[in-house]
Design a binder for this molecule. Sequence first.
Ligand code: PLP
Length: 451
Amino acid sequence: MTRNFTLSNSTIENISDESPSLVASRNAMADPYHPVKNPNGILNLGIAANKLQGDLLIKKDLDYGNACGSEELRKSVSTLVNKYFNPISPVISSHIIVTNGVTSAMDKLASVICNHEEAVLVSEPYYSFLTTDVNLVAKAVVHGVPVPPSEIQSPSQVNYYESKYRELSSLGITVKMIILCNPHNPTGKVYSRAALEAILRFANKYDIYVIFDEIYALSVYRSPTKNIINSIGSSNNHSDELYTFESVLSFDNLNELIDPRLVVVVHGLSKDFCMNGFRVGWIISPFNSDIIKALSKISPFSYISAFTDRLVANILSDAEFIDVLTYTVRRNLLINYNKITAFLSQKNISYIPAQAGNFILIDIKPFLLIWKNNNLQPGESPITNIKDLTFDDEYQLWISSIEKGRIYYSSGVNIKAHEPGWVRLIFSQEWNSLKFGLERLIDFFERGSST
Ligand SMILES: Cc1ncc(COP(=O)(O)O)c(C=O)c1O
C-alpha cells in the first residue's frame, strides 16, 4: 500500500543528494588503519588533524570521532535497549543516532520530519521545552491537546486528539508529528497499553509520525506488581491507576496498529542515569532507515566529543553498574515520593499520584484563592469561587513566590496545565532540604504573601 507520509522538504533534498565523496570519506573513517588491529585498514592522510604533538597531548580520544556516535557507544546503547526495553526484534547499532541530549534529538527530529508551521501534537500538560525544541530551528509548532489528567491513561483521550486534528485541518494546518512522553512528564503517569494503542491507531489513520520520549523509562518507581519498598497509596481523590511501563519497541502487534516507519523512540543519560551534564541522548529508529540517513547527514551539528563518547560507552557497557544504578534511582525516588506524599496529605494538599520521574503535580487552588484576595489590583473585587481564578493569577503568584517567597517551582502556566492552580514540584533531593523547601513554599502560600 502506498502511504501518504513524507519527511520534511529539506530532508528529502538532503537524502536524495548523497555525495559520493562524502560516502567515500565516511567509509575511510569507519575502517581506520592500525598496525596490529587493522593492518588492512585505510591510512588516513586526509583529515586535517595535527598529530605532531602526540607526546604533549593525551592522544587517546582527542581526535574527531563519529558524528552519529561511535560503533562502541551505539552497540552499548543497543545492548541497554535490548535488555531493558524488551524490543520485538533486537535493536542494532545502525538503528541508533547519538546526539548531545534529548533536547537536541527533538530539534533534529523536528527538522527531519516537519516543514515550517507544521503541527506537532502534544497532550497537555507537557514538558514545556518541547515548544522551543521543535520551533527555534525547525519552525514546527506545538499544539497542545487538552487531555484532562483523569484521562491520560485512558484510550478515550484519542477523542481530544481527533478534535484537535479536525480543528487544525479546518485551518489548513498539516499535523505532522506527535510527541508522546511515556512515562509522562509532568504527571508522572505511565500510559496504559490501551491508551498507547489508541493513539497509534489515530496517528496511522492520518499518517502522523509519533516520537516516543521514553527518557523516564527506567525511573518507574511504583508498579502494579512488585515494588522495591512499600508504596503508600494515594489519600486523595485523584485516580491512582498503576501500569507497567511498556516501550513501544516491545509491541508485538505494532504492525497492526501503525505503519512502524512512523514510530521513533528517544532516550538518554539525563534522567534514568542522572547524568544530565554529559549531554548525551539517542534516537532509536529501527523501522525507518530514511530517518537514520537524514539524521546522519546533520549529525555534525550535534555530535558529542570523542572523549565523552568513549567514557559513556564504558559506563553503559558495565551491566552490573547500570543494574545497581537504575535500581538505586528507583528506590530513592520511591522513598522520597512516599515522604512528599505523606507531607502533602498531612497538609491536606491534593496531588496527582505519580508512578515515575522525579516530579509531582500539586493542587494549590485554595492557596491561590487566598493570595489573589490578598493581592487585588485597584478596581478588582474579592473572589470566593475557585473557578474564577485565572492563569494570570497563577502566573503572578509564581513571580511573587520567586521574588518574595524565595522559592522556585514550575507553575501550571509553564507546563500547560488544564486549569489554573496546579504546580509541578521536583522531589529528587535530600529529604531535609526538600522538606525545608516545601515548608518555605507552603508557609509563603499560607501567609498569602500580602507583603
Ligand atoms: C520529558 C523530557 N524530555 C527531554 C528532556 C531533555 O533531556 P536532555 O537533558 O537529554 O536534553 C527532559 C528534561 O527535563 C524531559 O523531562
